[in-house]
Design a protein around this ligand. Structure first.
Ligand SMILES: [Mn+2]
Length: 466
C-alpha cells in the first residue's frame, strides 16, 4: 500500500460513516485541518461536528465523545493511540490523519500519515486536503487552506519554499484554482502584507544582515540610500507587496551585496512565497505566513473556531474579532520579550534558560523565546519554563534555536524527548522548536540533562559551537 492508497482508504472510510466528529489541534495547521475536513465532509452530505484540543492527553480525552460517530483525529493522534485504546475505541470508529511520529499500539487504528512514506515536509492539513480532493475534485478551493496549514507548521522554512506533494500537488491546485499565487525568488521575510518595509527588514534575522536586522533605523536609512519611496503622500508606510518589481529587485540586490560584503551566506535571502490574490490588500490574509499567524493567535487564545470561521470565508465579525486578538497577541508577546531581555537568562555551556512562572500564558511562551533569541546569544538554544494552569505539578518547557545551530547538529525535539522521558514526561516538535512537560520538582536536574544532551549533539557533529 502506498500513501495514495491510504488517502483513498480514508476517503472510503469517511463516505461509509453516517456521522463524523473531528478532533483537531488548535494551531494553524490543526485549524486548517478541521476546516478542510469539515467542509469536504458536509459537502458530501454527512453531518459533522468538531472539537478542538490543545493536545491529546488524559486531561483533554473527555472532550472526545463516546457516540457512534466516526472520530477523525487530525494533526494529532498518531503519538497518542494508547489513549484511544484505553478509551476502548474500536478500529472502525477511528481515523487518524497526522504527520507526527506514530506510536506502536496493539490495536491497529486506521491512519493516514505521510511520514512513513518519506514525505517529511507535509503537514496534516496537506493530508486532509488530499482526502478532501479524493472525496470530490471540486474541493480544489480548499488547497489554499492547506497551503496556510503547511506554512503555519513551518514546512516551507528550511527549504525556503514548500517541496514534495505539498508543492507539486497542493500549491499547483491552488494556482489552477487561482486562489494561490506563487512568488518565486521573493524576499524571505515576514510581514510583507502588513508591515512597513523597513520594519519587515529590521524584524528579519534569517538571514541576519548586519546594520539592518534588529535595527529599524538602520533599515530605514538603507532604503533611503537606495532611493526607495517608503511612504505614500498621505504618510502611510508602504508594505513590501505594494512595491514595484524594480524596487524589490533593487532592495534584494543591495541586501545580497551587504551579506557578501560581510562574508555571510546569501542562501536564505530568497524564498518561494505564497500569496492570496483574492484577499483584501494589506491584511494578514494576503499571504500564507501572516494568515497562519492570525490562525495561531486565535488558537493560542482559546478561539480556534474563530480561525475556522475566517477560513470558511467570514470577513465580517469573525475577522474583526481575530484582528483584535492578533493585536493583543502581539502586544503580550512584545511584553514577554521585554521581560525576557530585562530579566536576563542563565547561561550554561550549551543553552540559556529562564523561568517565567505564571506571568504569561503557556501558549505563547515558546513564541517569545524564539523572538528573544535574536536579541540574545543566538548560538545557544534558549529554554524557557513556565507554569501549566491546569496542573500545578507540571512545568512546560519551550525551546527554540536557529537554522544555523540546527545545521551544527542540534535537534531540540530529540533532546527534549530523550530528557523528558527520563522524568516520565513527554516532548514533541521539530529540530528548531520543541516543547515538553516535566514534573515541576525535576526542573533543575532536567535543564542540566538537556544541556548535556545538546553538548553530545554538538560533539557528534564535531562543531565548536559558541
Ligand atoms: Mn501539524
Amino acid at each position: 500500500m502506498g500513501f495514495c492508497d491510504d488517502v483513498k482508504a480514508a476517503a472510503e472510510h469517511i463516505t461509509a460513516a453516517h456521522e463524523v466528529t473531528i478532533i483537531s489541534h488548535i494551531d494553524a495547521d490543526g485549524i486548517s485541518c478541521e476546516t478542510i475536513l469539515s467542509q469536504a465532509i458536509s459537502r458530501y452530505g454527512i453531518p459533522v461536528r468538531s472539537v478542538f484540543v490543545r493536545q491529546l492527553e488524559p486531561l483533554t480525552m473527555p472532550q472526545v465523545p463516546s457516540d457512534s460517530s466516526l472520530k477523525i483525529f487530525s494533526d494529532l493522534g498518531a503519538g497518542q493511540q494508547n489513549l484511544l485504546e484505553e478509551r476502548k475505541f474500536s478500529k472502525n470508529e477511528i481515523l487518524i490523519v497526522d504527520h507526527h511520529v506514530s506510536q506502536p499500539c496493539p490495536t491497529e487504528y486506521e491512519q493516514v500519515n505521510c511520514l512513513p512514506y518519506g514525505h517529511t515536509r507535509m503537514s496534516a492539513a496537506g493530508i486532509c486536503y488530499l482526502i478532501a480532493k479524493q472525496l470530490d475534485t471540486a474541493n480544489i478551493d480548499l488547497a489554499k487552506l492547506a497551503v496556510v496549514g503547511n506554512v503555519g507548521d513551518m514546512m516551507a522554512r528550511e527549504t525556503c519554499g514548500l517541496v514534495g506533494p505539498a508543492r507539486d500537488v497542493i500549491v499547483e491546485d491552488g494556482i489552477r484554482h487561482r486562489s494561490v499565487e506563487v512568488r518565486k525568488k521573493d524576499l524571505n521575510c515576514y510581514g510583507t502584507a502588513t508591515r512597513p518595509v523597513y520594519l519587515s527588514l529590521a524584524y528579519n534575522d534569517d538571514p541576519f544582515v548586519k546594520g539592518i536586522s534588529n535595527n529599524p533605523e538602520g533599515a530605514k536609512q538603507f532604503l533611503k540610500r537606495l532611493g526607495i519611496v517608503q511612504q505614500a503622500p498621505t504618510g502611510r508606510w508602504y508594505v513590501w507587496e505594494e512595491l514595484s518589481v524594480e524596487d524589490k529587485r533593487t532592495i534584494i540586490s543591495a541586501l545580497a551585496e551587504q551579506l557578501i560584503a560581510n562574508g555571510d551566506s546569501v542562501d536564505r535571502l530568497l524564498a518561494e512565497t505564497y500569496g492570496f490574490p483574492d484577499e483584501i490588500p494589506r491584511t494578514p490574509l494576503r499571504n500564507a505566513q501572516e494568515y497562519a499567524t492570525l490562525l495561531n493567535s486565535c488558537g493560542r487564545w482559546s478561539k480556534p473556531a474563530l480561525g475556522g470561521a475566517i477560513l470558511r470565508g467570514d470577513r465580517g465579525t469573525a475577522y474583526r474579532e481575530a484582528e483584535h486578538m492578533l493585536k493583543n497577541h502581539r502586544a503580550i508577546i512584545r511584553d514577554l520579550l521585554q521581560f525576557i531581555i530585562e530579566t536576563g537568562v542563565h547561561e550554561l555551556e550549551n543553552l540559556q534558560y529562564l523561568n517565567v512562572g505564571n506571568r504569561y500564558p503557556d501558549t505563547i511562551v515558546g513564541i517569545g523565546a524564539g523572538m528573544a533569541l535574536s536579541k540574545l546569544n543566538s548560538a545557544k538554544p534558549i529554554l524557557i519554563m513556565c507554569e501549566v494552569p491546569e496542573d500545578p505539578n507540571l512545568t512546560k518547557i519551550s525551546m527554540r534555536t536557529t537554522e544555523r545551530v540546527v545545521g551544527r547538529g542540534i535537534d531540540l525535539q530529540q533532546a527534549l524527548n530523550d530528557a523528558a522521558k527520563e522524568y516520565g514526561g513527554g516532548g514533541g516538535g521539530h529540530k528548531i522548536a520543541a516543547g515538553a512537560y516535566i514534573p515541576k520538582p525535576a526542573e533543575q536536574e532536567f535543564i542540566i540533562r538537556v544541556n548535556k544532551i545538546l553538548g553530545e549533539q554538538f560533539a557528534a557533529q564535531g562543531s565548536d559551537h559558541c
